[in-house]
Design a protein. Structure first.
Length: 273
């Protein structure tokens, strides 16, 4: 079951919205982005400029200027140098992204609204998940981020089985526990895949027999505790694990310290009188 802390984190990120554009000085601009250029005391050289498919903008006096593939800071510096070369004395140029359109990320799997989302400047994993409406109750804590080998600008999402992307694993519980460094940056063309949570079963003499989400490195003792613990009629001796191995049912003796695997059924026996 998804914790309240994680839900609160995602809700806070969603409520905050994207970072203010002027802070994204390291954002790499591209086709369809709209730049806002301001030249101090020069209104005829200031305005909004749409980046064309070839990465150029049409700029007053300078004509077609290649800006695609540069950061916002680099565009500002380049325009300042070009304008200082015979047009203006010591021009003061600032630049920011007015409309983000060139970079996107795919969010797939157990999220409420899977799809392709535009990156509004510098974005993190939680930003992307919030755009997709947050994870569903069936989502696992381990999220897979695929960085395509082909680089940015991917038109289709990468899939784990295709082997065409570098894979990065992030456990959302780590972020929830305060390790904010695990809220990693997302790049153009990335695919975020949120898998369905693995489950295990506890049956027999426990207080709440049933199916439960499997946590990483969960032991038999922790699994039984998740099911409410052993009942008055139960025993912690002669514990069994029923596991499917090579499509065959296998029953094994279990110790409280054994690690539970996805799909395991833990059997707690009745106490012998």
């Amino acid at each position: 079951m998804k914790s309240a802390a994680l839900l609160l984190l995602l809700a806070m990120v969603s409520a905050q919205g994207p970072a203010p554009p002027k802070l994204d000085v390291n954002y790499v601009v591209g086709p369809a982005d709209i730049l806002r250029v301001n030249v101090y005391n020069e209104p005829q050289m200031s305005g909004a400029f749409r980046i064309e498919n070839d990465g150029y903008i049409n700029y007053p006096f300078l004509g077609r200027v290649k800006v695609g593939g540069r950061t916002v800071t680099e565009v500002s510096s380049m325009l300042r140098l070009r304008l200082a070369d015979g047009y203006l004395r010591d021009p003061q140029v600032t630049c920011e992204v007015d409309v983000f359109r060139s970079q996107s990320v795919f969010v797939m799997g157990e999220v409420r609204t899977p799809g392709k989302y535009i990156l509004s400047g510098s974005s993190t994993l939680l930003d992307a998940l919030a755009q997709a409406g947050s994870t569903t109750p069936a989502a696992g804590a381990d999220v897979l981020i695929l960085h395509p080998n082909a680089g940015p600008g991917s038109l289709v999402p990468s899939l784990p089985e295709h082997g065409d992307a570098a894979m990065e694993h992030v456990n959302l519980r780590e972020i929830e526990d305060g390790r904010l460094s695990r809220n990693v940056s997302i790049r153009d063309g990335d695919t975020i895949f949120v898998p369905r949570v693995d489950r295990f079963f506890v049956v027999g003499m426990v207080r709440n027999a049933g199916s439960y989400p499997l946590e990483r490195n969960m032991t038999v003792l922790q699994a039984i505790s998740t099911a409410g613990g052993i009942s008055e009629r139960g025993s912690n001796r002669r514990l069994k694990i029923v596991r499917i191995v090579n499509n065959k049912r296998k029953e094994m003796d279990a110790k409280p310290s054994d690690v539970v695997q996805a799909g395991d059924t833990i059997v707690v026996p009745q106490r012998m009188l």
